[in-house]
Design a protein around this ligand. Structure first.
Ligand SMILES: [Zn+2]
Length: 469
C-alpha cells in the first residue's frame, strides 16, 4: 500500500530532503532543485508550473529580441522575499519577492530586459561563464549572502544610500566585489539595450523605470531587508534621468500589459502570498478588488491551505466554471483531492491539467503520476510510470520524480529500473555516493551496453568536477 506521496506544505513549513537541505514547495510543486548544485548549496529553489510558465512567457519575447534564445529558457524561482533577478546563459533566476513586489508584468519584463542587455553586451562575461558552470548556486548563495553582509557595512558607514555609490566589501571578498561592482557604463548600456528589446516587442519601459526608481527612492530604504538587486545595481539620479528620457521617447511608452497577462500576474502574486507569506498577505492583495478572479483564486488557495477542503473544492469548482481551460485551477483541484485522500478524482483533475497546459510542464505530469500511484492498482501504477517518465522527460533534474518512479517500478517488480531511478534521484540531489551505489546495483541486473546500463555507467563515472551534460 502506498503512502500518500504528496508532501504538501503550507507557509513557513520546510521540507527537508534526505540530505537535510531546505526546499520550499509551492502549489503542487515537488521538492526538487533546478540544478544539481541548488541542493548542494541549500539555495531555496521553489518549483511551480504556473509561475514558471508565466515568467517564461515574460522572458521569451525579450530573449528573442536580444538574440539570446528562441526557446527553452529555464526559469529558476528562488524563495526569497528580497528583490533579485539575473540571467546566466539560458537560465533566468528570479526571487519570489521580486514577483510579489511587481504590480504589473511590465515591471518584471523591464528587469528581464535590462538583464538580457547585460548578457547580450557580454558584460562580466567571465563571471557569467562561471555562473553558468557547476558553481552557479555557490556563487548565487554568495551573492545572496553578500546582500546582508554589505547591508551591514553600508549601514554602519554611509547609510544604505551609500550602496548606490558603489559598494566596497571587505578585503577577503574579492569574488563578491567582482559580482557587485558593475561598471556604470555597463548599466547604461544595459538600460539602452533593454529599451531596444522593449521597443522591438512593443512594450513600455515604464515598469523598468518604476522598479529602478523604487530602488533609488529613500522611502524604499526603510526596510530591514536589503535587496541584492539594489546592491548590484547602483541607481544614481543621472542614470534614472537618462533612462526616463529613453522610456518617454519610446512610441510604446503608454502601452500597458494585455488584461489576460495582468490577470495571470495577479494570480501569481496571490499564489506566492498564499503559500509563502500567509493569510495576512493574501488579505492585503485581495483588499483592492475582493471579487476579482485573482482574489477568488487566493481565497480558494488559502481555504485549502488553512481551512476546510470541502469549501476549497467548492470555491475551486467556481473558478473552473469561469475558466474551464485554466490548467492551474485543475491542478489546485487535484491538490485538494489528494489532501482528502481521493487519488482517483485527483488523477482525473491532474490529467485535465496536463492536457490543458500549453507549457507542458513536467511538474503537472509528475503530480498526475503521484496520484495514479496513490490509486494503487497494478494498472494505475503502470500508468504512473508513463506519466512520471513523461514528467522527467520535460524536467530531467527532478529528483523527487525519480524517487516516485523508483517506487512505482518497485511495485511492478522491475527492480533494475527501480535501482536506476533511485540512483538518478540521489544523483540529482547531489548525493553522489548513494547514486553510485544504486547505479552499480542496477548494472548487475542490466545487460551490458543497453541504455540503462550506459546511464548507470555515466553516474558511476561522474565526479563533481566532471559534470554530466
Ligand atoms: Zn544592471
Amino acid at each position: 500500500m502506498l503512502s500518500r506521496p504528496r508532501t504538501m506544505i503550507a507557509r513557513s513549513k520546510i521540507a527537508r530532503t534526505a540530505r537535510g537541505f531546505a526546499t520550499f514547495l509551492l502549489a503542487a510543486a515537488v521538492a526538487v532543485s533546478a540544478s544539481v548544485n541548488a541542493f548542494a548549496q541549500g539555495v531555496p529553489v521553489v518549483r511551480d508550473a504556473e509561475i514558471e510558465a508565466l515568467v517564461r512567457d515574460y522572458a521569451r519575447p525579450i530573449f528573442k529580441a536580444a538574440g539570446l534564445a528562441n526557446d527553452g529558457i529555464d526559469i529558476v524561482l528562488v524563495n526569497d522575499q528580497s528583490f533579485n533577478a539575473f540571467v546566466t546563459g539560458r537560465r533566468l533566476f528570479i526571487n519570489t519577492g521580486a514577483l510579489v513586489a511587481a504590480e504589473t508584468p511590465n515591471e518584471i519584463i523591464g528587469v528581464i530586459a535590462h538583464e538580457a542587455g547585460h548578457i547580450a553586451g557580454g558584460h562580466q562575461q567571465k563571471l557569467r561563464d562561471q555562473l553558468d558552470r557547476a558553481k552557479t548556486m555557490a556563487i548565487i548563495a554568495t551573492l545572496l549572502g553578500a546582500g546582508a553582509m554589505v547591508a551591514g557595512a553600508t549601514t554602519n558607514s554611509r547609510g544604505l544610500a551609500g550602496a548606490g555609490m558603489g559598494v566596497a566589501a571587505g578585503g577577503g571578498e574579492m569574488a563578491q566585489r567582482s559580482i557587485l561592482a558593475y561598471q556604470r557604463g555597463e548599466e547604461i548600456t544595459a538600460d539602452r539595450s533593454a529599451i531596444t528589446y522593449l521597443n522591438a516587442t512593443g512594450q513600455s519601459g515604464m515598469g523598468m523605470l518604476k522598479t529602478f526608481g523604487r530602488f533609488q527612492s529613500a522611502l524604499s530604504l526603510s526596510g530591514t531587508q536589503l535587496d541584492p538587486y539594489r546592491i548590484s545595481h547602483p541607481m544614481p539620479q543621472e542614470r534614472i534621468a537618462n533612462l526616463e528620457a529613453l522610456v518617454k521617447a519610446s512610441p510604446y511608452v503608454d502601452n500597458v500589459d494585455p488584461p489576460t497577462l495582468q490577470q495571470r500576474h495577479d494570480m501569481m502574486r496571490i499564489k506566492i502570498a498564499a503559500y509563502m507569506q500567509g493569510q495576512a498577505a493574501v488579505s492585503r492583495l485581495m483588499r483592492k478588488n475582493p471579487t476579482s478572479l485573482a482574489s477568488r483564486y487566493g481565497d480558494a488557495q488559502q481555504t485549502y491551505l488553512y481551512g476546510n477542503p470541502g469549501a476549497a473544492l467548492t470555491k475551486t469548482a467556481a473558478l473552473i466554471k469561469e475558466q474551464p481551460k485554466n490548467p492551474y485551477f485543475q491542478e489546485l483541484r487535484g491538490d485538494i483531492l489528494m489532501k482528502v485522500n481521493k487519488p482517483k478524482d485527483a488523477a482525473d483533475a491532474y490529467a485535465k491539467a496536463v492536457s490543458l497546459d500549453p507549457a507542458r510542464s513536467g511538474l503537472l505530469m509528475v503530480s498526475l503520476g503521484q496520484a495514479l500511484m496513490a490509486v494503487g492498482t497494478p494498472d494505475s501504477v503502470k500508468k504512473a510510470v508513463t506519466q512520471l517518465n513523461n514528467g522527467i522527460g520535460r524536467d530531467k533534474e527532478n529528483a523527487e520524480a525519480y524517487r516516485y518512479l523508483a517506487q512505482a517500478y518497485g511495485e511492478l517488480g522491475q527492480i533494475p529500473a527501480a535501482d536506476l531511478a533511485t540512483a538518478e534521484g540521489h544523483f540529482y540531489s547531489a548525493d553522489y555516493k548513494n547514486a553510485k551505489i544504486f547505479a552499480m546495483r542496477a548494472q548487475q541486473k542490466l545487460k551490458r551496453g543497453e541504455p540503462g546500463w550506459l546511464r548507470a555507467q555515466d553516474i558511476i563515472n561522474y565526479t563533481p568536477s566532471n559534470k554530466l551534460k
